[in-house]
Write a protein that binds this ligand. Structure first.
Ligand code: NA7
Length: 887
């Protein structure tokens, strides 16, 4: 045991340091190095007698990393990278442990680590603004900052099975495997658990044991690791340009430099999908197969099922006994929603004569007895029981290991009783100067941990140095910021399928634990940019205080946009486009056409027909989208967006296709005339004429005769609203409902959404001014045919109005919905939080728009007097949190 350089021991006996760290694994070691370089006095407290963390404890046979080791490594020092060569694609536990020991020695970290020391309590002292730590050795530590580098999988889960104490044989836990190894030769061994630890160890245990019985509760997806030397192509990539390789990893989604897939599964033929899958299967790379097959594999149940089915086929091919194969085949969770495992001969092990699989779903364990394990239907006498039953993940090591008491005597376990709440996964409101590395709310276990650890550590140490520089002594997340982060976390997790599985990611593996997706699912790169944004916005969401009453607090939420909207807007910002209004009408049209060209048209519908209808002053083109189901279908007359100037009957094709599929209705998108050649009221009169023509020709269009519905986005929403008023006043056509998506409804620009969202959300105030100028002279603007809010609103068809939070048009849409309701029109209003003007029509990229479109489709079906469609019911269910996918 040694004392941190520069630290002091006071009269009370507590060792005084600037920063105390718990844990000497990957995170703790790098923290020590960075803190020391930044000039902080530091000590790390470590329960084990050596460095290594997870890799110190998990010594079971076959323990390896499941991210390729050239990626699962420190990158902060190119010299270190040059000095250490990994021997395998996936290093074994002993090699990783040697590496961490090498790092500790190379940077002379051991003098600042107090081994064999467990923290037993941590208390925030308001008066001194310091944390006081108690330890099992009796020594105490006083520190300004307290950092938990405790790892995500360090607190093993108790076995939860009666009778373990009665067992007369040997008991081992994979997470606490004896250092001297275990002699299994000739023994009858039971393994309980088939997560990564079970799947890695079972093949090796089977080779040694006389008889191995595996007790499986839930089958897991496993993929061959194809371990061996580091793959030559990856190595070449790394060595070709190490700095850029590492930088790409830092900005990637999972912390491994792989591109983002754009092709979705239904755009590929079955043969193409199979070829991609076979290539991935042969690669033996978890991150590759989790991200590189098709873009919808991790976000869409159908896209995921296409991949999961192929993995299931492989299991059936490898395992000879069909009953065993069936038991080993997962059906209760999407592929990747639970962490898939990398294996070496796992499935083939069940073809060995000395291996038996017991399916606990059919015969649950009743108890452990003196001689072995008893299930509902059998007893198994064994000499050894290996528990590979996992961990109280993410919060276990932080919360359960020792009481942490923050401001006002509040305990962390009390505050987290209903689930962990953090700001950025790094801090907790009410716990000043406490940090967590890879805590709940950080990308951590859904990423390459090495990359996430380095990012967290750099961010925290840089902040501590900046606080010192600015003369602040405390830092604490605000409640607003923390609540905002929880909302953002929930928004992100709605995008993935993790919420559809019961896993240690969600806390479901520990009886009684609060449930919810704990890691940040928004990706490593986006997370990194958010952390940087917190700093660039003056430590947004943190309260900083210092001596003599110094205080700074920029309160607020760091991400208010939906996560995919944020990505789209960042991408658009990076394109540095000139303002659309500066392009001129022709230039703007060409730009929009080019922009749309790059986007997929959308999923197939039954039929697409182009034709011509009669407008107010001559023929107009239309495009009709017909569902694949038998007709005749109700008809929706659709008006595209584009400020009365841009777009055409094809420009909202992804939205029309999507809505056609969801509603089971015909969508007829009208190519109305555009400004500036055709100014007000051309578009309005065309809209009205088109609705009449379509209603009159419903049978010819193979639609259902009778009332039609109207729908439109933006200026198209304006035309749809106006059409309803004109139809009422001019004696038809009959309109049974209106869907107004971000409609233009009025000609005043003084509502706050015009100011709040004037720039930065693609549709700008300046662009709207330009549209208005080209379409409509000031004298005409109060005409209800362009400002329907100024028209008579009684007697209009029921409406579904959608407004988006970050849209200049938001407040006039809100005003229209309210005015309709005030005039007795049945109105449903969707106020889309975190969305922008284009959210719902960017079908291919703004996935969080799905639930809104589900509601729009339901509304249209209701207008048409139809029951909710079964697909909607399904989509409605899968978008509700914590539902289990039963497909
Ligand atoms: P995991 O992945 O949590 O796996 C634990 C396994 O143990 C899993 O199959 C569990 O089944 C099973 N288990 C847990 N408790 C019981 C009881 N009481 N009875 C029967 N079976 C039980 O932990 P690992 O250590 O394998 O892996 C953790 C991570 O480390 C891994 O994801 C990688 O990231 C590295 P269940 O699924 O809960 O039905």
């Amino acid at each position: 045991m040694s004392e941190a350089a520069g630290s002091r021991v006071t009269n009370g006996g507590a060792q005084q340091v600037d920063v105390a760290v718990v844990g000497a694994g990957f995170a703790g070691l790098y923290l020590l190095h960075r803190l020391r370089k930044a000039g902080f006095t530091t000590i790390a407290l470590e329960e084990a007698d050596d460095v290594g963390g997870t890799w110190y404890w998990n010594r079971y046979p076959g323990a390896r990393c499941d991210i390729q080791t050239i990626d699962y490594t420190y990158t902060f020092d190119p010299e270190l990278e040059r000095e250490w060569k990994w021997s395998e694609k996936y290093a074994t536990q002993p090699e990783i442990l040697r590496y961490l020991g090498f790092v500790a020695d190379r940077y002379d970290l051991r003098p600042d680590i107090r081994f064999n020391t467990k923290v037993t309590a941590a208390n925030w002292d308001e008066a001194t603004e310091r944390w006081l730590l108690e330890t099992d050795s009796g020594a105490t530590v006083s520190c300004r900052y307290y950092i938990m580098a405790t790892g995500c999988l360090s607190a093993p889960k108790p076995p939860e099975i009666d009778g373990v104490k009665d067992f007369s044989g040997e008991v081992y836990f994979t997470g606490r495997w004896p250092h001297q190894g275990v002699e299994l030769a000739g023994k009858r061994v039971a393994v309980i658990g088939t997560g990564s630890s079970g799947i890695q160890s079972i093949p090796l245990i089977a080779e040694q044991a006389a008889q191995l019985t595996v007790f499986q509760r839930t089958p897991n997806f496993a993929l061959p690791a194809h371990n061996g030397p580091v793959s030559a192509d990856r190595l070449a990539l790394l060595e070709g340009d190490r700095a850029s390789y590492r930088e790409q990893a830092r900005w990637s989604l999972a912390g491994v430099p792989l591109p983002q897939q754009t092709v979705v599964s239904w755009q590929l033929s079955e043969a193409e999908r199979r070829a991609r899958f076979e290539q991935a299967w042969a690669k033996g790379d978890l991150v590759y197969i989790l991200t590189q097959l098709w873009a919808d594999q991790a976000v869409d149940v159908d896209g995921n099922a296409r991949l999961a089915d192929l993995v299931r086929e492989k299991i059936r091919e490898i395992v000879k006994d069909p009953e065993t194969a069936a038991a080993l085949t997962p059906h209760d969770h999407p592929f990747g929603a639970k962490r898939p495992c990398l294996d070496t001969n796992y499935y083939a092990t069940y073809n060995r004569p000395n291996v038996t699989l017991v399916n606990l779903r059919q015969e649950p364990i009743k108890a452990i007895t003196a001689s072995g394990i008893t299930t509902d239907s059998r007893s198994f006498d064994v000499d050894v029981i290996v528990f590979a039953t996992g961990f109280d993940a993410m919060t276990g090591a932080i919360m359960a290991v020792h009481p942490i008491t923050g401001r006002g005597g509040k305990s962390l376990s009390g505050v987290w009783a209903h689930g962990p709440e953090t700001y950025l996964g790094l801090t907790v409101s009410g716990f000043p100067n406490l940090f967590m590395i890879t805590g709940p709310g950080s990308p951590s276990v859904l990423s390459n941990m090495a990359v996430s650890i380095e990012q967290h550590v750099d961010w925290v140490v840089d902040r501590l140095a900046a606080l010192r520089e600015a003369g602040f002594s405390t830092i604490e997340a605000t409640e607003t910021a923390q609540a905002g982060w929880a909302r953002h976390m929930a928004d992100c997790s709605m995008l993935t399928l993790h919420r559809l599985a019961n896993t240690w990611y969600t806390g479901a593996n520990v009886p009684g634990k609060a449930q919810g997706v704990m890691p940040y699912t928004g990706g490593v790169g986006p997370y990194r940019s958010i952390c940087s944004e917190v700093v660039s916005r003056g430590m947004l969401g943190f309260r900083l205080t210092g001596p003599n009453g110094a205080e700074q607090c920029n309160d607020g939420e760091i991400v208010r946009l939906q996560p995919d909207v944020r990505l789209v807007l960042n991408m658009l910002a990076e394109m540095n486009l000139p303002p659309i209004e500066s392009m001129g009408a022709e230039g703007a049209r060409a730009f929009v056409a080019e922009f749309n060209k790059g986007r997929p048209a959308g999923r197939p519908v039954g039929e697409i027909v182009d034709g011509t209808l009669q407008g107010a002053d001559g023929p107009l083109p239309y495009r009709l989208y017909r569902p694949a189901t038998p007709g005749p279908h109700p008809i929706v007359v659709y008006f595209h967006g584009g400020g009365w100037l841009l777009g055409d009957e094809q420009s909202d094709e992804p939205f029309c296709r999507d809505m056609c599929r969801r509603t089971g209705m015909i969508f007829v998108s009208v190519g109305y005339r555009h400004a500036p050649d055709h100014r007000f009221p051309a578009a309005a009169e065309d809209g009205y004429a088109a609705a009449g023509w379509i209603a009159d020709h419903a049978a010819e269009l193979r639609g259902k005769p009778g009332p039609v519905m109207v729908a439109g986005w933006s200026a198209g929403g304006n035309i749809a609203a106006v059409t309803c008023q004109l139809a009422r006043d001019r004696g038809g056509p009959q309109i049974s409902g209106q869907l107004l998506l971000c409609p233009v409804t009025d000609c005043t620009f003084d509502r706050s959404s015009y100011t709040d969202n004037a720039t930065g959300y693609f549709l700008t105030r300046a662009l709207m001014y330009w549209f208005w100028d080209l379409y409509c002279s000031p004298a005409d603007r109060t005409d209800p045919r362009v400002s329907p809010l100024r028209g008579r609103l009684e007697g209009l068809p029921p409406a579904f109005v959608v407004t988006c939070e970050f849209d200049p048009l938001r407040d006039e849409g809100v005003a229209y919905a309210e005015a309709l309701a005030a005039n007795g029109v049945p109105v449903e209003h969707l106020k889309a939080r975190g969305h922008f003007h284009s959210s719902f029509v960017m079908v291919d990229v703004v996935i969080t728009g799905v639930s809104g479109r589900v509601r729009m489709a339901q509304a249209l079906r209701q207008f048409a007097g139809l029951p909710p469609q079964s697909e909607e019911v399904r989509l409605g269910r899968i978008t509700s949190p914590h539902a289990i996918a039963a497909e």
